[in-house]
Design a protein around this ligand. Sequence first.
Ligand code: PGA
Length: 259
Amino acid sequence: MTADRLPTDGGMEVTIVDDPDAAGRAVAATISATVRRSRSCRLGLATGSTPLPAYRVLVRELGGTGTLDHVEAFLLDEYVGLSPDDPASYRATIRRELTDALGLPPESVHGPDTQFRSDGRDGPGVGLLEACERYERLLGIGVDLQLLGIGRNGHLGFNEPGAPFDSTTHVVALSDTTRSDNARFFPSPADVPTHAITQGLGTIRRAQHLVLAATGAAKAPAIAAALEGPLDESCPASALRLHRRVTVVLDRDAASALS
Ligand code: PGA
């Protein structure tokens, strides 16, 4: 594996490696170091394809060691209207891909509560807005480390272009790009939910340490916009440049549009 480190302003370190597996190893090493260092660790997790190589490494290294009693996991976002048992829900996805194999009990895996009845209120009689406030309160001062992917349109979580940099956990209508990118996880494109609850950019920025991973040429324009374009709400990921500690892990394809 070769890795280049590019100098950036402020607290951002950019690491460029050869391929997605090497990116996975680099991300896993960062997460692992945080988990091992902390007596009580709040880990922000992302779903999607990008983190999967990192999750495989973490399961290999930390799974079954029985040393994760001090870890609590927090989802970045969740679709509205899917029960936590729906295989396409992010709660079910993260359990399947990571936390069950790590031995984290389901009650240590938190996410926005997005179940709702047809009247727009969820099971215990709480509406989506209240669910957002509850999740925001649960996140409190922020997680120790938040892992992030990036959308082709520069989104972070489900913060689509135009999202305010100081937003808190909120309900979003998903853009057409995002719905079509995520259609592969559903039986048909029409099954992709139209709304989600996401941590806001302000919520994400409360994390002590942000780790952004991107692999593949399709992400190159978004990475260039986030790291070198205007610091502007048209690219939600440009908000990362306002944070004091960001680790960006890219493979060569995702880094290919950087100057
Ligand atoms: P991906 O999604 O990892 O599946 O590319 C990332 C994102 O949309 O945030």
